[in-house]
Design a protein around this ligand. Structure first.
Ligand SMILES: [Zn+2]
Length: 280
């Protein structure tokens, strides 16, 4: 089992994608060369086709923005290289004064480790919970300062930098170190996110499987949804502060144990930005 300090940022934000042929074209399309080719091609179209080109360009941009695991803008960690039947449990949107202590107790009872992607403003309000997470040997990740999930897609580079840096500073003031990982709100990203994270040496971590527990309250369905896509090396996404974690977690951990899985914190060199869609 890896300690949190093993999650140092790698020299590059994440291992490169596996280079599936189908992903090369979108990646090229997101470079200045790709945009030039796209622009010249659109301009060469007869006037009547311009609305079609307009729609296509927006789909071209919106798809990687809204689909968390999509790697068209750059590498996104969607799984890790396991050593046996290992999974990585990640818990977003905390800390929460009611659910975080219960989650910590449940993880301890199952000898499981997790990474908490926390919101800076909440961490500043409940710093003792951040210290408790750290003391229990779990990992911490940056999940922005204010969690602007509705508008993150259209944030300017300056506002994205403020979200990332404010959260890093908040956590560094509490724990003594900025977290080595970043997850954007609801997995949303725009063209400014990757260059900024690259400059800070922060991998963008997404997930392999999730139960949609941010919106659903059906615990049985949440766990079933997660288990459907669990495999060795999977990154599991859960949320706290939404009222379901205390029921979902024991059920999920019980199933994982039954299936022989261990919840670990993978070291940075085993994080993979796989070029395959892996979530719903
Ligand atoms: Zn979130």
């Amino acid at each position: 089992m890896q300690a949190e300090r093993s999650l140092e940022p790698p020299s590059t934000p994440a291992a490169p994608g596996r280079g599936r042929a189908g992903w090369r074209l979108p990646r090229l399309g997101m470079t200045p060369v790709g945009w030039t080719v796209l622009g010249v091609s659109a301009a060469a179209l007869p006037l009547g086709y311009w609305p079609v080109a307009f729609v296509l360009v927006h789909v071209w941009l919106l798809y990687p923005m809204l689909r968390g695991p999509c790697q068209w803008f750059g590498p996104v960690v969607t799984e890790f290289r396991p050593a046996g039947r290992e999974v990585w449990l990640t818990i977003d949107d905390g800390p929460d004064p009611v659910e975080t202590p219960a989650i910590l107790a449940e993880l301890a009872a199952h000898d499981a480790k997790a990474t908490f992607f926390v919101i800076g403003a909440k961490a500043a309000r409940w710093p003792e919970l951040i210290r408790a997470i750290q003391a229990a040997g779990h990992g911490l990740g940056n999940h922005t300062q204010r969690h602007p999930h509705r508008w993150f897609w259209c944030h300017s580079p300056r506002r994205i930098a403020a979200e990332v840096d404010d959260c890093a500073q908040t956590l560094a003031a509490i724990t003594g170190a900025a977290p080595p990982l970043f997850r954007s709100p609801v997995g949303i990203k725009n063209i400014f996110v990757h260059p900024l994270l690259r400059a800070r040496g922060l991998p963008l971590v997404c997930w392999t499987t999730r139960g949609l527990d941010g919106t659903s309250r059906n615990v049985r369905a949440i766990v079933a949804r997660i288990l459907k896509r669990v495999r060795p090396g999977a990154i599991i996404l859960l949320h706290e502060g939404h009222g379901t974690a205390q029921e979902t977690l024991p059920r999920l951990l019980g199933h994982l144990r039954q299936d022989g899985y261990r919840c670990v914190l993978p070291p940075a060199e085993r994080l993979l930005a796989a070029g395959r869609p892996s979530t719903r």
